[in-house]
Design a protein around this ligand. Structure first.
Ligand code: GDG
Length: 473
């Protein structure tokens, strides 16, 4: 098989299987942010991508797509239930998001996680060139770095963690806490979203293993009396800002944004929420605040409308089914109490939309509400800032989202403080155009300068640097 100098390993391959109207199947690049982010890193290099093709029990040989080698990893229905929905999304996801939902610890889920991680590690080992670079993505694959190093000690290994890393007091609950840290420490560079995440990880390493850490470095014993340096540092992810700016300038998207306002009955102010339907995003808290504003008269139907896009997510996980029921009950109640024949309080959309429509929505929205209880970064916040070339609009941003470290000009909120959130929404609704412009300019400068290309380059430079160091030794 062809050998690749750069191998990306992620839970999903960057393509979706699509069937056209004549029943012919083909692959299409998936629209996700990670795909765009890594596209630039992978372009022009002899790169491979290892991941699950998106369908249970699909066994396929590696194939070429857009100049890259795609290496499918087969997952059975059981694997999807135990490794993916179970350990990844029923154990790690809630634990790492500060136990907003209760993590479930099941030995059978862990066993499946170990087995599937090994399958990903083996697949990566089979395609990486001698001395090549492997970049592992995210919490579904935390054991891959160590497993890969054991098979292929010649490789340089990077890992990027897209979600938060919790404080040790919470992390310590995990029955396999040592195994997961050991798995991650197989990497040469570990990237986190926030300074706090990298710090939490380092503290867990010190508490569990007593390995010395100094600034961003951890000295990991190799077993032969020497140590190996592992870098654990923040690399805040970003978006392809220019692509969003280009969309925002398209006349048909600007026209669509005006049409959206009209279709909503030309309210004075449109509030917008865009989230995967996930309990980490604080959608319930946002609805509570808005519902109270309608009750106490600080918002009036017809004058203010909340558009909530909640894209369908993880329907196989029980906590997500319960959340959906709860949110839909709340939206129904609020609308039932406040709607008129002409106007709705909340336009709730449990659907995914094309990116063009998302940009039109961002342009139509006077206020974007990010009320996450915990969020690694939150790219929606950055997308909103990028598209507002008119320097208008207000971002209300939870301090518990990674984006809060960078977008300091947003109106910061603690989503648990409902009165505080209501006050911020009122402040946003009433903000003068001059102040909107001042804040938006500052946020846009940050997002346009620190885009995803820069993120990818920074991470790759850190990996290259450590590789050069190792070669000198
Ligand atoms: C994880 C971390 C971290 C949403 N609905 C639609 C749609 N989206 C797009 C948004 C945005 C992306 O999905 C969501 O990204 P987020 O960052 O907000 O959140 P997660 O999915 O939870 O991502 C997160 C991220 O990884 C990257 O490291 O920031 O903290 O949890 O791009 O625009 N896009 C389209 N239609 C929709 O209906 N086209």
């Amino acid at each position: 098989m062809a050998q690749s100098e750069l191998v990306v390993v992620a839970n999903r391959l960057p393509v979706d299987r699509v069937t056209d109207k004549d029943g012919n199947e083909s692959w299409r690049r998936s629209p996700g942010g990670l795909v765009t982010a890594l596209e630039q890193v992978m372009a022009g290099s002899d790169a491979a991508w290892v991941g699950w093709p998106g369908k249970a029990d699909l066994f396929m040989d590696p194939f070429e797509f857009d100049g890259n080698l795609l290496v499918p990893v087969r997952l059975s229905q059981d694997n999807l239930e135990y490794y993916y929905e179970g350990f990844s999304n029923g154990t790690i996801w809630p634990l790492y998001h500060d136990v907003i939902a209760t993590p479930i610890y099941r030995r059978s889920w862990w066993d499946s996680y170990v087995r599937v991680n090994k399958r990903f590690a083996d697949a990566a080992a089979s395609v990486a060139a001698e001395g090549g670079l492997v970049w592992v993505q995210d919490y579904q694959l935390q054991l891959v770095p160590k497993m890969l190093r054991e098979i292929r000690p010649d490789l340089t290994i990077g890992y990027f963690h897209h979600i938060p890393f919790p404080a040790y007091g919470l992390y310590a609950q995990l029955p396999w806490r040592s195994e997961v840290i050991e798995g991650l420490l197989g990497a040469d560079v570990l990237g986190f979203q926030r300074v706090a995440d990298a710090g939490n990880f380092q503290r867990s390493v010190r508490r569990l293993f007593r390995y010395p850490t100094k600034s961003n470095r951890i000295e990991v014993p190799t077993g032969d009396g020497t140590t190996r340096s592992v870098v654990a540092a923040p690399f805040p992810i970003s978006i392809d800002a220019q692509a969003f700016v280009d969309l925002a300038k398209k006349p048909e998207i600007i026209a669509r944004s005006k049409e959206i306002r009209e279709q909503l009955g030309n309210p004075k102010k449109i509030l917008l929420g865009v989230d995967r339907l996930d309990y980490t995003k604080g959608i319930r808290h946002r609805l509570k605040a808005f519902g109270e504003m309608l009750e106490d008269g600080t918002a009036k139907v017809g004058e203010v409308t909340l558009v909530q896009v909640a894209s369908p997510s993880r329907p196989g996980v029980e906590a997500y089914q319960d959340l959906r029921d709860e949110i839909e009950l709340t939206v129904g109640r609020i609308n039932g109490d406040h709607d008129t024949m002409h106007h709705t309080a909340i336009r709730y959309l449990h659907q995914g939309f094309p990116r063009e429509e998302m940009v039109a929505l961002y342009l139509a929205a006077d206020v974007l509400l990010i009320t996450a209880l915990r969020d690694g970064m939150n790219l929606v916040a950055k997308e909103y800032a990028a598209v507002r070339t008119d320097q208008r609009g207000v971002l209300v941003l939870s301090e518990f989202a990674g984006a809060a470290d960078e977008l300091n000009a947003a109106l910061m909120i603690n989503p648990h403080d409902i009165d505080g959130m209501k006050a911020a929404i009122i402040q946003a609704i009433e903000m003068s155009p001059a102040e909107q412009g001042r804040r938006m300019r500052s946020m846009r400068r940050r997002v346009l300068e620190h885009d995803v290309e820069r993120w990818g380059k920074r991470f790759m430079t850190a990996v290259e640097d450590i590789r050069a160091e190792q070669r000198e030794q």
